[in-house]
Unconditional design. Structure first.
Length: 368
């Protein structure tokens, strides 16, 4: 699934790897330091144990009695044999006996088969050797160098039967061997830490892959629903037993609800289409009827226009008649006025004539 930046699964993976590597580095460093310190302590303790065992096996009375020139005696060979047993059966490089001489120490019995120190050769004095000369076994904290190389040494006093210090047994371990032991331990710890980191990264990768797969399944279904190409009859199959399974179940319920809604919408659409078809038929019939009505209205309109023209013509005729009647009325009024005048004159004439007749009659009566 494409994202604009870094996907959540990759973020989780990177964060876990970074935290894991950092934690492993810190824990590994602390573990290496602690284990190295413990390893050094164990190695030094082992060196000290070998020195103590050799000193305990050495005959203190015999060692005290040996002098320079006794190298060919049985007593010297007996002391040398005790030292040789530890030389041949342990990891030490050199084992020898010493005794105090003034403020220092000298070699007495040296078990080196190739180049043994001569009796009386001076020994490099260290704090641990001084402690052993005083009756306390000790180990050098730091390696020292002499003509035989670099070594870590441990020292243990040898006692006579009456409790006096007859000498000191010294054991030398190669500094290289010592460092190899510590380095080997560090390598083992580092290798184990690396294996843990690799296995943890693989486990995180597998877990992130499962999460990514679940995310992809959910996202693909949502994309199908979003672009309208999804099959709403299919369910999201996630059986991881975790939160994704719960989300998938809720999503399936949501899809079922969408399917029901879509089915209802489809049914409504089908009903709407059917009603639309019926409405189309009605509209077509209404359109046909309106056409017929329009034709009829057109005819009526034509008749109305003709009637309007006739009415206008009749109106003009009526106005003409009214004008003529008005003129006739004026003529009649004039005639009436003339008639009235004539009637008045007639009355006057009649009255005059009556008066004339009466006068004539009167005259005739007078004449009669």
């Amino acid at each position: 699934m494409k994202v604009r930046r870094i996907s959540i699964s990759l973020q989780i993976f990177l964060i876990n790897v970074i935290v894991l590597v950092a934690a492993s580095a810190i824990l590994g460093t602390v573990s290496i330091k602690q284990s190295s310190s413990a390893m050094e302590t164990l190695i030094k303790q082992r060196m000290l144990d070998i020195a103590n065992l050799a000193a305990n096996h050495m005959d203190g009375d015999l060692l005290e009695a040996l002098e320079d020139g006794d190298q060919e005696t049985e007593e010297f060979e007996s002391a040398l044999e005790v030292l040789s047993v530890y030389r041949d059966n342990t990891n030490l490089e050199y084992i020898y006996c010493m005794e105090k001489s003034g403020s220092g120490f000298i070699f007495t019995v040296d078990a080196d088969p190739e180049d043994p120190a001569d009796w009386g050769d001076e020994v490099e004095v260290t704090d641990a050797l001084i402690e052993a000369g005083n009756g306390h076994a000790g180990v050098d904290d730091e390696p020292y160098s002499d003509e035989w190389g670099n070594h870590y040494s441990a020292y243990s006093p040898v006692y006579t039967s009456d409790g006096k210090i007859a000498g000191v047994v010294g054991v030398d371990f190669s500094a290289e061997w010592y460092d190899q032991q510590v380095a080997s331990h560090i390598r083992i710890v580092s290798f184990i830490s690396l294996i843990i980191v690799v296995l943890s990264i693989v486990a995180i990768f597998i877990l992130i892959s499962r999460i990514k797969k679940s995310f992809s399944a959910l996202n693909n279904k949502l994309c199908d629903i979003a672009d309208g190409s999804g099959d709403l009859t299919k369910k999201i199959e996630i059986s991881s037993g975790d939160e994704f399974e719960v989300i998938a179940g809720n999503m399936n319920t949501f899809i079922e609800q969408i399917r029901d809604i879509v089915s209802g919408v489809k049914n409504n659409v089908d009903s709407s289409v059917s009603a639309s078809n019926e409405l189309t038929d009605i509209t077509e019939r209404a359109s046909k009827t309106m056409g017929e009505l329009s034709n009829a209205i057109s005819g009526v309109s034509s008749g109305a226009l003709q009637q309007a023209e006739d009415v206008n013509s009749a109106s003009d005729n009526v106005r003409t008649i009214v004008n003529r009647l008005s003129e006739m009325f004026d003529t009649v009024e004039t005639a009436e006025e003339c008639t009235s005048s004539m009637a008045a004159n007639s009355n006057h004439v009649s009255k005059t004539f009556e008066e004339l007749i009466a006068s004539i009659q009167e005259s005739m009566r007078e004449l009669a």
